[in-house]
Design a binder for this molecule. Sequence first.
Ligand SMILES: NC(=O)c1ccc[n+]([C@@H]2O[C@H](COP(=O)([O-])OP(=O)(O)OC[C@H]3O[C@@H](n4cnc5c(N)ncnc54)[C@H](OP(=O)(O)O)[C@@H]3O)[C@@H](O)[C@H]2O)c1
Length: 305
Amino acid sequence: MKILVTGANGLLGQKLVTKLINQPQHQLLATGRGVWRGEDLPGLQYQSLDIEDRQAVLDLLQKERPGTIIHAAAMTQVDLCETERGACQRANVDAVKHLCEACQTLGIYLVHVSTDFIFDGEGGPYDEAAQPKPISVYGHSKWEGEKVVMQLEHPWCIIRTGLVYGVTYRMSRTNIVLWAHQSLKENKEIRVVDDQFRSPTLAEDLAEACIAAAEKQPCGVFHISGPEIMSVFDMVQRIAAFFGLSIETLSQTDSSSLNQPAKRPPRTGLVIEKAKKELGYAPHKLEEGLAIVQEQMRSIAQQSL
Ligand SMILES: NC(=O)c1ccc[n+]([C@@H]2O[C@H](COP(=O)([O-])OP(=O)(O)OC[C@H]3O[C@@H](n4cnc5c(N)ncnc54)[C@H](OP(=O)(O)O)[C@@H]3O)[C@@H](O)[C@H]2O)c1
């Protein structure tokens, strides 16, 4: 099957590319904003695509006619979305409309990636039937995007995930694992919230789930995350223990003292039973995921010597 990936330069996008390029049963077309910024991969088909450009989206999809789109592109910086509302709307809602228009016309199966931030965090962990109630501009935009996908008459799938971690080449954004590892290694003072609960997700697991959805083509919503729920503070303690780092410079705090522009849902966490049953989803526990990240960090460091 021909699979087109959007947002290929992002964390999930790069994981999808490195997995799909090694699967001869699939033909991969990676797309992203600007040039390809991942590792050099012989034979990679990459096309620059700004998903906010409706005509460019329609033209490329008309020309390439993929069987499936895995839509990994989004404006993901939660605080930036709060202050740059127009940009957030264009990337997370309008662009989804462009993709859905093409999927509807050309009969393309869509795997759309969404977030646990569509919930208010008062009643987690959440299953797929829980009622969304976003409390940030980012959360609202992702829920609006989901509603656009749900209108499709052609089969679609929405994969909601949370707190994704991993490492790739030339990352455009950091994530909790890399930030905590780097900060503690440099003995930097860090304050981490103990009143936000999440189920951290290894980027590889999320990519596997997206590919499983592309292959099985179910219709509906799936929750995809790691198998454990923990506070962000507990997570950082476990990261420190795994990498053998001192926690002398780590202190706990609460969300109100951070003064971030966007509100965060206090307690999310996702129930993943449906994905285990229907997609064969088998996620890694945190320390298993960290072992994978550690190995990749070593290999990236060696390659950049
Ligand atoms: N990371 C998390 O903790 C998390 C949690 C829950 C849900 N999600 C969801 O998971 C999905 C993947 O996120 P991620 O973690 O891979 O985020 P990411 O690393 O920030 O990647 C997002 C990618 O989207 C690209 N993009 C943004 N606007 C675009 C546009 N107009 N045209 C083309 N590409 C565009 C970005 O391009 P540039 O690189 O050029 O900026 C970036 O490469 C998103 O739907 C996100 O909402 C992520």
